[in-house]
Ligand binder design. Structure first.
Ligand code: PMM
Length: 284
């Protein structure tokens, strides 16, 4: 089945869908902003997620919630780099979630194993050259613009086809920029310039995303579309932190559809979900 999930050169290989735990070192991320904002508690939280079953930890210092303003580079470095170093020194496989080449470059020097750029290299023209020179694995996410006004770009006539085409275009540009194809991970970018109906359509067609021929990362954790799915009869929408069971359900579905990894805030339930998916796969 690893042919279904694929391999990412430069990263460990897991025999099931991998679990990427999220550590947002931000005061304002929509689902966990402010909770791990100092270096010590962010490192401690990352280690807790590993103990709960995370295979790698994604460290970010810039909120990408809809409408979020950008953080400046010095502040992003101050938030992210000490946490990357702290987790690497504990033997953790670390991913750095950044749109800035300078941050990615320094995180890679500090031992990060993967660059997760939600803009797929579009936000910073130096990103692709930096990742190429470091021979680092790279997440190419579907992205249509910065968070400040991304909701206005959520216009599709065929969301699955357009996301696949735009991702293919981005992958080609990244490869032309010198990043080896075997180091690329693709991600549909749930919630980024997408409404709930778009996110659900993408989840319903993960097989078409796999047709891009690269391992697939699915990051549904606590996102708005889950709030909509879980809305009660009175119109009440559960807050982000009450969407973890729904997130684990998406993890199981994604793992069954051959996702390479799922990115989640609450690891324990997803670690179980991917193991159940693996056991069912073995029984096939
Ligand atoms: N979503 C968020 C942040 N980073 N990275 C990838 N690759 N894919 C995503 O969908 C993604 C991401 C926003 O969620 P958060 O603020 O709760 O971490």
């Amino acid at each position: 089945m690893s042919t279904l999930r694929g391999r990412v050169a430069g990263l460990p290989e897991w025999d099931r869908c991998a679990v990427m735990g999220v550590v947002n070192v931000t005061p304002d991320s929509f689902s966990d902003g402010g909770r791990w904002f100092d270096t010590g508690s962010a490192i401690k939280h990352g280690l807790e997620l590993v103990a709960q079953g995370a295979d790698l930890i994604d460290v970010g210092g810039e909120s990408t919630r809809p409408g979020a303003p950008r953080v400046d580079e010095a502040e992003e470095a101050r938030r992210v780099l000490p946490v990357v170093r702290g987790l690497v020194s504990e033997g953790v496989t670390v991913s750095v979630d950044t749109m800035r080449a300078a941050i990615a470059e320094r995180a890679l020097i500090d031992g990060a194993a993967l660059v997760n750029d939600v803009s797929g290299g579009l936000a910073d023209p130096r990103m692709v050259p930096v990742v190429a020179a470091a021979e680092a694995p790279f997440v190419v996410m579907h992205w249509r613009g910065f968070s400040e006004d991304m909701n206005s770009r959520a216009v599709y006539s065929d969301v699955v086809g357009e996301v696949v085409d735009e991702l293919r275009e981005r992958m080609d540009a990244v490869v032309a920029g010198g990043v080896a194809a075997e180091r690329i991970v693709v991600d549909p970018g749930l919630g980024f310039a997408k409404g709930a109906e778009h996110d659900l359509a993408l989840l319903a067609h993960l097989g078409e995303l796999r047709s891009l021929g690269r391992p697939l990362l699915v990051a549904a954790s606590r996102k708005r579309f889950l709030g909509r799915v879980l809305t009660d009869e009175g119109g009440g929408v559960p807050p982000a932190r009450e969407r973890d069971a729904a997130t684990a359900a998406v993890s199981a579905l994604s793992a069954r559809e051959g996702a390479w990894a799922v990115r989640v805030h609450e690891v324990r339930a997803t670690a179980d979900a991917v193991r159940v998916a693996r056991a069912v796969e073995e029984a096939e």
